[in-house]
Design a protein around this ligand. Structure first.
Ligand SMILES: [Zn+2]
Length: 270
């Protein structure tokens, strides 16, 4: 029996999908991934995500935002452009935005400026916020605390942090996105325990494809490229860690995702 899944983070505009995107989406469907939120990580990528989502209306949705890696590119045109992009009904969140002090592809001050500006936009639009944080927890939480009471719902996507970080997020009333990181028997070991502590109605799943191919896939695709179809595998690992039935966990995480992003279930294509 196939699962009913929503992939809340798929970078389907990534160049690695350029040649076979339609086949990737078809394979995702076959694996039970009924809907996907296509991550926007720059103004151009957000526009591309909207174009793609319009082609697959009801199945694909988009976010509009600037990833912290690209925060140095933020200028006076950026927020107005995102505001314009977000007018399209296929746009369901502001982001991906946040802080990444692991790679530091943009200076910290640029990252913080871009983060504040996009949280302001999310507040103005009363749109869900799709957030990224790596190695920047304390600044991330400090900034979020300033904004939180004025924001609608907020998800910390690709959560890989500690118990204390999880507690901080839950105290800030965040939703938590879990990726195939949890399938990594070394780096993800702590997550296997922690994921049990995420309240069911706060938990969503995502692939972050083409990144984060689950390490325990067997066989592994030769390309090493992650795809939304592997969300079924991630979901099963999360279910095993929580001691829950995959079918009902899939239904619950999908219901949460649809509430969070305010989307209707996809029409059946049968
Ligand atoms: Zn991210």
């Amino acid at each position: 029996m196939t699962l009913d899944l929503v992939d809340i983070g798929a970078n389907l505009t990534h160049e690695s999908f350029r040649d076979d995107r339609a086949a990737v989406i078809e394979r995702a469907r076959a694996a039970g991934v009924r809907q996907m939120i296509v991550t926007g990580s720059t103004v151009d990528e957000s526009r591309a995500a909207v174009e793609l989502a319009v082609q697959y209306r009801g199945e694909l949705y988009a976010t509009a935002g600037v990833h912290p890696h690209r925060a140095r590119e933020l200028n006076s045109q950026t927020i107005p452009a995102l505001r314009q992009i977000a007018r399209d009904p296929v746009v369901v969140a502001v982001g991906e935005c946040g802080l990444d002090y692991f790679r530091n592809f943009s200076p910290h001050e640029d990252q913080e400026r871009a983060f504040h500006a996009q949280l302001d936009l999310a507040r103005e639009l009363q749109a869900p916020a799709f957030l990224h944080q790596r190695d920047a927890h304390s600044r991330f939480v400090a900034i979020l605390r300033e904004h939180r009471s004025r924001l609608a719902c907020v998800v910390a996507h690709c959560f890989t942090g500690t118990a204390e970080e999880l507690d901080d997020y839950l105290a800030l009333d965040l939703h938590i996105g879990i990726t195939g990181w949890i399938c990594d028997e070394r780096r993800g070991a702590h997550l296997r325990e922690l994921v049990r502590r995420i309240p069911l109605e706060r938990l969503m799943v995502e692939t972050d494809s083409p990144y984060l191919l689950p390490r325990d896939l067997d066989p592994k695709p030769k390309t090493r490229r992650n795809e939304p179809m592997y969300l079924a595998h991630v979901l099963r690992v999360v279910a095993a860690c929580r001691g829950e039935d995959p079918q009902s966990l899939a239904a619950a995480t999908s219901a949460t995702a649809r509430r969070f992003f305010r989307i209707e279930p996809a029409q059946s294509r049968a």
